[in-house]
Structure formats: C-alpha cells, structure tokens
Design a protein around this ligand. Structure first.
Ligand SMILES: [Zn+2]
Length: 438
C-alpha cells in the first residue's frame, strides 16, 4: 500500500497565519496537515514518504484570488487542466477563476460545469468567481444568491469595468446579504477608450494613447463610497496607482469594508518596459508581452504599491494570470490583447523584492497565503493541523531565467522571459498529494 503520509523535513516552516517561522519537520497524513512534529503532533508512524526540505522554505500552498483559466470557450488559450498544472508549478494550490469566459459564468450551470471539470481534470483547487451582471454587459444583475449557493466565492465582471454606479450599488447590497465580496475592475471606460498603455511621458515618447491613473482612481473612489453607503464588501482588483492606494487606505481608516490586491507585475515592472527597458539586456519597444490592463504604471506608482503591500493597505498578491494564444499577441501593440501569463513566474518576480530588501520574505508569503484566504474567508493558506494538505516548498535563492519551455501554461506571453528571477518552487502538494516536484 502506498504511504499516505509525507514528512517534509528540515525546512524553514513559514506559516504567517499562526505566526510560525522556525526550522522544523512538517507532517501531512490522509490528505491533511498533521502539523509541526514536536509541536502539533508526533512523528510519522508506519511507512511514509520523506522530502528533504533543508535549505528550503516550507509555506502553505499559495492562494490566488484572481486568475483566468479561459475554460469554457477559449481552450486555445488555456484549459482547467493546463491552467491548474501551471498553477501547481508556481506553488498555487487554490485558484479563483474569473467569469469572463465564453459563455460568461453568469448562471448556476456554468459554475457547476467549472466545478465538474476541475474535479476531474484539475490538479489543484479551483473556486469559480461569478459575474456581477449578465453577460458582463453591466445592465442586469446575475442571480447572485443562487450563484453564491452554487459555490461562487465572490463576484466580478473583471475585464470590463462596471460603468453603472446603480448596478454597483445593488451588487454590494446583495453581496452583503450572503457576505460575498464584489471585485470590480476599476477603470473609467470613457477615459480608457482605445488606449493601450499608461498615460504619461513614456506613452508620449512612444506615440501610444494612454490610460490615465485618474480613470482607475475615479472608479475606486466611487466604489468605496458605495461600499460605505451599502455596508457591502468591496475588493479592488489589481490596484495599480498611487491615488487608488490612497483611497483604499483612507477607506480602511474610516472602517469601510474595502480590501485590495496587487499583481507581481505591477509590483516589479513599470511603463518603461513598454519602451524596452529590462533588468538584463534590452528588450524591443512595443513588446506586446508588456501590455496589460491596468497597464504597467510609473516607478512612483510601483514603489507606492510595494509600500501598500508592506503596511497592509493591500492584503493580497494575485497573479491576474491571463494566458493568450500567440495570435493574440503577435501583432501591433495597439491591436494586441491585454494580459500576461502569471503563475510560473510570480514567486521568482516577487522574491526580487526580498533580495533588494524592499519586502521581508515572511510578508511576501503572508500576502500569497493568509492574506488572500482572509479576504475570501477561505479555510486555506495556513499549515494549521487539520486543514487541507496544501504546501509549497521553494528555494528562496535559486536563480533562473524563464524560457518558453518553462511555461506549462498554454500562454507563453510573459515579460519575464529571459529575465533574472530569484526563487523557485521545488515541491507543491495539494490535499496531501504531490502535484509538482523538480
Ligand atoms: Zn483579470
């Protein structure tokens, strides 16, 4: 009989939810975390597998509350099978997938479809998000209570800003009734119209039409005011500007129920990358792998995001994993699709911020585990005894430069290709089963 226990020995166990940071042996058995040997439990009995964790960090499996798995309808970009394998390679064991598929996840049948495919073809946990409005059209709310009951963990029209303040107000009111967050993609549709990068000196130099920070900040401010009015829970997707951070910070001080997330790319890259700047060598300008929405912003915005993550204004890092097919990106900058592939490079990009002393390692792990779990009220992102055996073991000092072959995702659209990353996942365990190892 195969051993049902796994001992990860000698690693540095980081469990921010419990304030644990110590060198210890971690025991998993029968699909769940048994705990730290000598603290929570005794050593394994009977046959067991051992993974040598010396020199490695042992963290709860990462929780991503914002990703695009593309299924149903865009299987040429990604599927639940490839997306969850990509997530496992990046250390993620819980992935919340956005509703902007084809068809849109705006009814119970679509939620159940994703759950069924994830159960048979996925290798990590997939939790569906549901649309706020039917077809993401912004005109009629979905049956939110029914969708929540079916398993939608939150509601988002991500990809499309919700222009109607009245719709947002009602969504927050309904969401409050069953305690689910509304996750807006904040950008004023009229201000962003037809633009493809951040508005500012770089866009002017390149002759590209820009999206002003004001577009994001206007909708963030509006939605925080509506959260205040309704008492609903608001979670701002991919925060990218100084003004948006300020609004969230002030909202929190006033006791408004608002949270926010930052993406690895907004924390590490700027709009100069659109013009060809790289950490290593030079890139070509107008590289469509630097095109995303919200766009890469200024260095001042990037630094403010890092600070907001540190001081808790932003409580989560979310990848916004957005794989595309070559045909969506192999074109002129203006015509290219928005978004980048995110799972495999998230940790390696983020640990550059640790290496440069901008953020402590424990804090980065917290914002990838306990922070996002707290926002959605999920019982994951910790190594507490009895929780699902979800673990990520990584080498914090490993240096590597991603190539196309490193992406298990169907999407190879990454600005980090060929760039020096720090930190690499060595083992991912989901529900006590090894789903990735290198
Ligand atoms: Zn997104």
């Amino acid at each position: 009989m195969a051993p049902s226990s796994l001992l990860i020995s000698g690693g540095r166990v980081l469990d921010p939810a419990r304030g644990i940071d110590e060198h210890a042996d971690l025991l998993l058995a029968d699909g769940v975390v048994r705990g730290i040997v000598g603290r929570d439990c005794s050593g394994p009995s009977g046959s067991y597998e051992r993974f040598d964790g010396r020199g490695l960090i042992v963290s709860p499996g990462f929780v991503d509350i914002h990703a695009h798995l593309r299924q149903p309808g865009q299987e040429h970009k990604e599927t639940i099978a490839t997306g969850t394998r990509s997530a496992a390679k990046g250390g993620f064991t819980t992935v919340c997938c956005m509703a902007n598929t084809t068809p849109v996840v705006d009814n119970r049948a679509q939620i159940e479809y994703i759950q069924a495919i994830a159960a048979t073809e996925g290798v990590v946990r997939v939790l569906p998000l549901a649309a706020v409005t039917m077809g993401l059209r912004g005109q009629e709310l979905t049956e939110m209570a029914d969708l929540a009951e079916a398993g939608a963990v939150a509601f988002s029209d991500d990809g499309v800003p919700l222009a109607s303040a009245r719709m947002m107000r009602h969504a927050l009111e309904y969401g409050r009734a069953f305690d689910r967050p509304i996750m807006p993609h904040c950008d004023d549709p009229e201000l962003m119209h037809g633009a493809s990068m951040n508005e500012g000196p770089v866009a002017t130099r390149l002759g590209l039409r820009g999206m002003p920070s004001a577009g994001e900040e206007a909708l963030v401010a509006r939605d925080i005011a509506l959260a205040d009015l309704t008492g609903g829970r608001l979670h701002i997707c991919h925060v990218s500007t100084i003004g948006a951070i300020d609004a969230i910070r002030r909202g929190k001080v006033r006791g408004i129920r608002v949270t926010g997330e930052a993406s690895p790319h907004h924390l590490t890259l700027t709009d100069e990358w659109v013009a060809g700047q790289r950490w290593l060598g030079t890139g070509r300008p107008f590289d469509t792998n630097t095109k995303m929405n919200p766009p890469l912003r200024s260095e001042a915005d990037r630094r403010a995001l890092v600070e907001a993550l540190r001081d808790g204004t932003l409580e989560a890092i979310a990848t916004d994993h957005a794989p595309h097919a070559p045909v969506d990106k192999d074109c002129e900058f203006d015509a290219a699709a928005f978004g980048i592939t995110g799972f495999e490079t998230a940790l390696g990009a983020l640990l550059r911020l640790h290496e440069s002393d901008d953020l402590p390692l424990e804090l980065i792990v917290e914002r990838l585990t306990a922070g996002p779990a707290r926002i959605f009220g999920l019982p994951y992102g910790t190594l507490a005894p009895g929780v699902s055996g979800d673990v990520c073991v990584f080498e914090p000092t490993a240096r590597w430069q991603p190539t196309m072959e490193d992406f298990v995702s169907k999407g190879k659209n990454s600005p980090y290709l060929g760039q020096p990353l720090v930190g690499r996942v060595r083992l991912t365990v989901f529900g006590g089963t090894v789903v990735y190892q290198t």
